[in-house]
Design a protein around this ligand. Structure first.
Ligand SMILES: Cc1cc2nc3c(=O)[nH]c(=O)nc-3n(C[C@H](O)[C@H](O)[C@H](O)COP(=O)(O)OP(=O)(O)OC[C@H]3O[C@@H](n4cnc5c(N)ncnc54)[C@H](O)[C@@H]3O)c2cc1C
Ligand code: SF4
Ligand code: SF4
Length: 462
């Protein structure tokens, strides 16, 4: 069997949409769990198959991993450094955009759209490939092309929602121009792999802006958030996944859901802490592929931005980015327009620290998940991380619970829809969440926390 078919059958497809672009025997569709997945066409005939799909798929190509691609892209840059969590890098910062409304309209510090807009303004590119509101019925967001800063601005903020690249790649192939693309790490990797095979795409996509990535969500994530906020999934129009709450900590953000209730248009704003489905640590509605990914910081992107989840950097609620710069054109642009930015240089280790949980899950956790696959003699993608069983009993339990939380969330959501009752989802997941939390907080830590609380109470009474 070809490797892409093994990726698809094994549930490792992230739905990037790059393989259908190179192989007409493949297509991409939304599955019943609200995830884009590649499929072999039923009218498949072996003549239309090619080896190209195996080469461009980020989970099939075992040779050109992020280290290999990163080295060939940036390894020869002057002053380049390497870090096992960040990949190659020139400079690392925390910061935000001071000008226009980039920060106010962005998810974090607005730097992703600032970079894209500056590339347009300085004439480095003609258009940006990024994710915006979709006009297709039943689809909230999709990849589209923006040619101006105003068009770009309309697509600010993170979309924790399935997206795929096949139709924008057709556009790029048919429309001469210079493009920048924004994407999560595996999507940037697919494009880098495609660019090795396709000189037209390579020539046209000039810049790659990466988003730090915890994992990708199915449509059920946004729909369940809106449902918990009072809007029936069939009546949801859109969810803003990163609604900022001025004056609160950056981590204390909200979601804004729009839709109809009793025939009337409504907008509801809920702090993420008020909803059960928004806890990223639980990994509800996660693509299975994300459990077999080892690139957190988009190591093949020219610049990567994420949230600065660091003490002391999120106090005004305005949003703050971590930034990893790999391309000298980007580094020079940051110097040239330094007055438009708030930037503080920080060590690479501090950037990695801001993504500590994600990195641990995709290093230590991945090694264990690979071990479990190998134990069952099942095919799985080749990763930079080696399989290992040498974890503590409690960490193994944590990773097993996380797999179950992901799998059960889909089944519980389907059942809740059947019963037309969101509370079924919440109550069905609750015992599993409780067991997971116990495993994730070992006994000694729980005892210490209780002792601390008692001491605080006693001191408060004195
Ligand atoms: C699925 C996902 C998971 C993430 N996980 C983490 C994480 O674990 N840790 C972390 O620190 N940061 C994570 N991020 C990144 C974070 O949410 C912000 O996107 C990032 O900090 C940039 O913020 P900004 O204010 O600079 O972006 P903005 O200035 O708001 O610009 C965002 C740009 O990205 C584009 N975009 C939005 N969603 C997508 C998408 N799904 N695919 C491609 N382009 C998109 C928008 O169209 C817009 O142009 C994740 C992002 C996504 C999409
Ligand atoms: S991950 Fe992308 S390239 Fe690989 S099978 Fe899925 S859609 Fe195709
Ligand atoms: S976790 Fe990895 S596989 Fe999943 S969307 Fe992010 S980069 Fe892609």
């Amino acid at each position: 069997m070809d490797t892409v078919s093994q990726v698809i059958q094994g549930g490792y497809c992230i739905g990037c949409g790059v393989c259908p672009f190179v192989d007409s025997s493949l297509s991409i569709h939304m599955d019943s769990d609200g995830k884009y997945q590649a499929f072999r066409n039923s009218t498949d005939n072996s003549d239309s198959k090619s080896d190209l799909a195996d080469l461009v798929c980020p989970f099939a190509n075992a040779i050109d991993n992020e280290d290999v691609l990163g080295k060939s892209l940036y390894g020869n840059e002057k002053n380049i450094k390497h870090d096992t969590s960040l990949g190659y890098y020139l400079n690392t910062y925390v910061g935000y955009a001071k000008v226009n409304d980039f920060r106010a309209k962005g998810s974090s510090g607005g730097l992703v759209n600032w970079f894209a807009s500056k590339l347009l303004e300085t004439g480095e590119i003609d258009a940006v490939i990024h994710v915006k509101d979709s006009s297709e019925p039943g689809i909230m967001y999709s990849y589209q092309i923006s040619h101006t800063s105003n068009e770009l601005e309309a697509g600010a903020k993170s979309k924790y929602y399935p997206i795929e690249l096949s139709h924008v790649l057709e556009y790029v192939a048919n429309n001469n121009g210079r493009y920048a693309v924004i994407g999560v790490p595996c999507f940037i990797k697919s494009l880098r792999l495609l660019e090795q095979q396709d000189p037209v795409i390579r020539d046209r996509i000039r810049f790659h802006i990466g988003l730090v990535c915890g994992h990708l969500k199915s449509t059920f994530f946004g729909l369940s958030e809106a449902w918990e906020s009072g809007i029936d999934p069939d009546c949801v129009e859109r969810v803003d996944f990163r609604h900022k709450l001025p004056g609160r900590l950056t981590s204390d953000y909200a979601i804004k859901a729009e839709g109809t209730v009793d025939g009337k248009h409504v907008e509801t704003i809920k702090r993420v802490h008020e909803l059960s489905t928004t806890d990223w640590g639980l990994g509800y509605f996660k693509y299975n592929a994300c459990e077999y990914c080892d690139d957190v910081l988009a190591e093949t992107a020219d610049v990567t931005c994420g949230d600065a989840w660091l003490p002391g950097y999120g106090d005004d609620g305005g949003g703050m980015n971590v930034v990893v710069v790999r391309n000298t054109v980007i580094a020079e642009m940051m110097q040239r327009f330094a007055d438009e930015l708030f930037l503080e240089e920080i060590p690479a280790e501090t950037v990695a620290l801001s993504q500590h949980s994600g990195l641990r899950h995709r290093r230590e956790g991945l090694s264990y998940r690979l071990y479990l696959k190998d134990k069952k003699h099942e095919w799985r993608p080749t990763k930079r991380v080696e399989p290992s069983n040498k974890l503590s009993y409690s960490r193994k339990k944590v990773y097993k619970y996380r797999l179950r939380l992901m799998q059960d969330s889909f089944a519980a959501y389907h059942k809740a829809r059947e019963l037309n009752d969101v509370s079924y989802f919440v109550s069905h997941m609750a015992p599993l969440v409780k067991s997971y939390r116990r495993a994730d907080r070992p006994l000694m830590r729980r005892i210490l926390r209780k002792v601390k609380n008692v001491i605080k109470k006693v001191l408060g009474k004195l």
